[in-house]
Design a protein around this ligand. Structure first.
Ligand code: NAD
Length: 275
């Protein structure tokens, strides 16, 4: 693909793992100069090494997205080395699943802190620079949990619904200043973490079974959508939330124990009778 990102400075937070890493790798493969931001130094260094091994340009930026001063300082360092920031993919996030009655104040604060406040601070710090330059594009990372609720997800769903609202406001405020802001809402993405937290049965019988394209997502699915939204092909796209979920949230009651209810042979419905 040619996303028109050659030599542009693109920062990806949470780039030490999974979706963020996949996005950083793809951005670098597209010729962007990538800021690999993560609170985990080892993970960030590993992503940078992967990018450099593939011939790309990257810089590790180790900071905590919940810390405004650290965020500002990291962006200063990145711009000093690689020029004005063009793109941000705000991917750092975490989840603390628990039944609502067992949700603690600390769990709530942790998730809101990173997923919402941290994402906002990344957007604000990046947005300020992009507005100064008169151009830029931001992609926030929501979730299908930004579009509907799921059990044990009170704080996660709340944080991701809020990311969608925040994205819309930034799009409204900054669109006329040359900066577009959009959100990608991933469905379940295959990862070590996903497989560690869920049984194989649940993954196959619930997640995959209810996804019309009949598979989990891959980090590259999210990366491609994020890069499209950063690219010049999307200059009239501002403020959207793009589900990248294989159709998971497009409908319901479409599949039944592996049977695709859209196919004639597996219809559970009684044949219409003439009367
Ligand atoms: N994996 C999925 O199936 C899925 C689905 C929907 C949405 N998402 C969202 O995508 C994003 C990435 O998910 P993932 O699966 O890649 O997660 P992950 O846990 O694999 O990676 C998240 C990265 O963010 C970093 N991070 C965490 N807190 C940070 C902080 N305070 N400052 C800086 N970096 C920090 C971690 O060190 C880690 O490298 C998250 O926002 C998540 O909510 C993931």
């Amino acid at each position: 693909m040619n996303y028109g990102l050659t030599d542009l400075a693109v920062l990806v937070t949470g780039a030490g793992s999974n979706l963020g890493r996949g996005t950083a790798l793809m951005a670098a493969a597209e010729g962007a100069r990538v800021g690999v931001a993560d609170v985990n130094r080892e993970a960030a260094d590993e992503t940078v090494a992967m990018i450099e091994a593939a011939g790309g340009t990257a810089m590790a930026l180790v900071f905590d997205v919940t810390d405004e001063a650290q965020t500002e300082a990291a962006l200063d360092r990145f711009e000093a080395a690689h020029g004005p920031l063009y793109g941000l993919v705000a991917c750092a996030g975490l989840s603390r699943p628990a039944p609502a009655l067992e949700m603690t104040e600390q769990m709530w604060a942790d998730v809101i802190g990173v997923n919402l406040t941290g994402a906002f601070q990344s957007c604000q710090s990046a947005g300020r620079r992009m507005i100064r330059a008169g151009r830029g594009a931001i992609v926030t990372i929501g979730s299908t949990a930004a579009l509907a609720g799921h059990a044990r997800g009170s704080v996660y769903c709340a944080s991701k619904h809020a990311v969608v609202g925040m994205t819309r406001v930034l799009a409204t405020e900054w669109g006329a200043l040359g900066v577009r802001t959009n959100c990608v809402a991933p469905g379940p993405i295959d990862s070590v973490m996903l497989r560690k937290g869920m049984t194989a049965d649940y993954i196959d019988d619930v997640l995959v079974d209810r996804t019309p394209v009949n598979r989990l997502g891959q980090p590259e699915d999210i990366a491609a959508a994020a890069l499209f939204l950063l690219s010049s092909a999307a200059t009239y796209v501002n403020g959207i939330t793009l589900p990248v979920d294989g159709g998971l949230t497009s409908g319901f009651m479409n599949r039944w124990n592996g049977r695709d209810l859209s196919s004639n042979s597996s219809q559970p419905f009684a044949a219409p009778t003439e009367s």
